[in-house]
Ligand binder design. Structure first.
Ligand SMILES: [Cu+2]
Length: 162
């Protein structure tokens, strides 16, 4: 099942927010795990999206471009979480809920983003960006492909526990 062993990891560095976003291919779409600390509860709620471009070396989240929006839907009207198929593909918080803080551990499956480069919702070499309540981009991380054997080990451990 090689095709299911692709995995992307975003690691936040040099900002108050620390932690990871892990994206693991699922039978349909991607299973995400957000595991971060350091969100200021006074600036909540936080939104998080897949943005088009990776984070540049200077770390400027503004340079990650707009949301992954494979169908050019735009962000007006806002995403209705009861109809996630109508939202921007990259609008993860619109589909699965904003987060507060200071610590966040959140898991969800998103059937609209994809691991396969030929699919419209492909997330490779894109970024995940957190916005505070004002909309400011407070943290961003490039989604980088992780070595497959690491993922396979995880999968094996998972199978054993099932
Ligand atoms: Cu965003």
């Amino acid at each position: 099942m090689q095709i299911f062993s692709l995995n992307f990891l975003g690691i936040f560095v040099l900002v108050a927010l620390k932690g990871t976003v892990t994206a693991v291919a699922h039978t349909v779409g991607i299973n995400y795990t957000i595991d971060v600390t350091g969100l200021d509860p006074d600036q909540a709620p936080y939104k998080y999206h897949i943005h088009l471009r990776p984070v540049p070396e200077n770390g400027d989240c503004l340079e990650t471009g707009g949301h992954l929006d494979s169908y050019v839907r735009g962000d007006t009207p806002p995403c209705d979480s009861s109809m996630p198929q109508t939202c921007e593909v990259g609008d993860l918080s619109g589909k699965y809920g904003t987060v507060s803080g200071p610590d966040v551990k959140k898991e969800f499956n998103d059937p609209y983003t994809a691991m396969n480069i030929i699919q419209l919702g492909y997330i490779g070499n894109r970024s995940i960006v957190f916005h505070d309540a004002s909309g400011a981009r407070i943290a961003c991380a490039t989604l980088v492909k992780v070595e497959e054997d690491e993922v396979e080990e995880e999968n094996e451990a998972e199978e054993e526990s099932e």
